[in-house]
Design a protein around this ligand. Structure first.
Ligand code: SF4
Length: 368
């Protein structure tokens, strides 16, 4: 069976397996293949999770980072990056404004800082959230590779979801994206993900699409990696080069924006077909790659939207991949824009919902 026929059969509801070869052909795609893919992935999404989009509110608590990832504008050696750390009160103010606008799923995000001051700040924030809203909200963290002891502290204070992106599941490519030293080890990243998954966290990871030296075999391997790890959330991004990073010198190796976006959309479509009940979030930063990016990603199979609730004056300085739009909108406008965007593509936002991944719920039920 040709891959297009398999996609048509999947859309029809048949139980069809995509081989590694199919994945590579679909990733390499062409117009008719893309049509078949996105038709199948949106039908699979409707059939499994329905048409609603979950809304997650992110607050970026600091852009300081101890790491030096070659693709990231927050890397510690980027001296041109103004740094910020949000005071406790400003974080709580952002979360409260998000809550009042109907958001019930929040993520605290930062570069990687493993010191006790940061760990205890996160703990205090989690405790305050627990005190204010209890289990009405879900709290996610995306704050780097913490040891098990820290993860246990966060979990006991109410965090339930963790995002730790692998960026590339291919060990060799991973090593080209990161310095070769003790804090950028592929094996530690993997161990941390396995620990998170095994210790009851709703576990998210993801990859960058369009980085130098990446090919379709790498991306197909990434899809299989998500399946093997049995992720609950897959958070991917199309790569955009940041001037303050070593990869600014590798521009010739980076595909044009439309190509990167298309490849990313194919990854979303395939991920949805391979793991129908996981959450696949997107964010407004896709607008920096293409003005139609978020809409196309929702049509390709994404089912969650990450709205940036960081106070506007800091938002611009959390620029991982470059080209971040100068968003100065208030938190209320950010939430309303997200609601309108999702509504416009026929995937309305489900307000007042903590947005727990169906895959995770099932996994936890089976464990009991
Ligand atoms: S990708 Fe994350 S860990 Fe790496 S430099 Fe950027 S913020 Fe730090």
């Amino acid at each position: 069976m040709y891959p297009e026929d398999k996609l048509a059969a999947i859309a029809y509801g048949d139980d069809v397996t995509l081989t590694d070869r199919d994945l590579a052909s679909i990733l390499n795609g062409y117009e008719e293949m893309d049509e078949a893919l996105f038709m199948a992935s949106s039908i699979v999404l409707d059939r499994t999770l329905g048409r609603d989009t979950y809304l997650h509110g992110i607050v970026q608590i600091t852009n300081e980072c101890q790491r030096n990832c070659y693709y990231c504008g927050l890397r510690r050696s980027n001296d041109s990056q103004p740094r910020f750390s949000l005071p406790f009160g400003e974080v709580m103010n952002s979360l409260t404004r998000g809550y009042n606008a109907g958001v019930r799923s929040f993520m605290l995000q930062s570069g990687e800082l493993l010191d006790e001051r940061t760990v205890s700040l996160v703990e205090h924030l989690l405790l305050e959230v627990e005190k204010k809203w209890g289990d009405k909200v879900a709290m996610a963290l995306s704050i780097g590779e913490h040891p098990l002891s820290d993860l246990e502290r966060f979990k006991s204070k109410g965090a339930s979801r963790y995002l730790l992106r692998i960026e590339s599941s291919d060990r060799e490519l991973y090593m080209k994206l990161h310095p070769r030293d003790s804090i950028h080890r592929y094996s530690s990243r993997l161990d941390c993900l396995v620990n998170l998954h095994g210790s009851g966290w709703e576990t998210g990871t993801g990859v960058l699409v369009g980085v130098p030296w990446q090919n379709d075999a790498h991306l197909a391997g990434d899809l299989r990696f998500m399946q093997r790890l049995d992720v609950d959330v897959c958070n991917m991004n199309p790569y955009a080069v940041h001037d303050g990073t070593p990869f600014a010198k590798e521009r010739r190796l980076i595909p044009p924006a439309e190509e990167r976006l298309l490849k990313y959309l194919r990854m979303i479509g395939l991920m949805r077909i391979l793991m129908p009940d996981i959450n696949i979030p997107i964010s407004a930063r896709l607008l920096s790659v293409h003005h139609s990016g978020p809409m196309r990603a929702l049509k390709a199979g994404a089912n969650a939207y990450m709205a940036n609730l960081t106070p506007a004056k800091y938002r611009r300085n959390y620029d991982l991949y470059g080209g971040k739009p100068a968003e100065t909108n208030s938190i209320e406008v950010v939430v309303n824009d997200a609601i309108r965007l999702c509504e416009n593509v026929g995937r309305p936002v489900k307000l007042l919902d903590p947005g727990v991944s169906r895959h995770y719920r099932k996994r936890m039920e089976e464990k009991e």
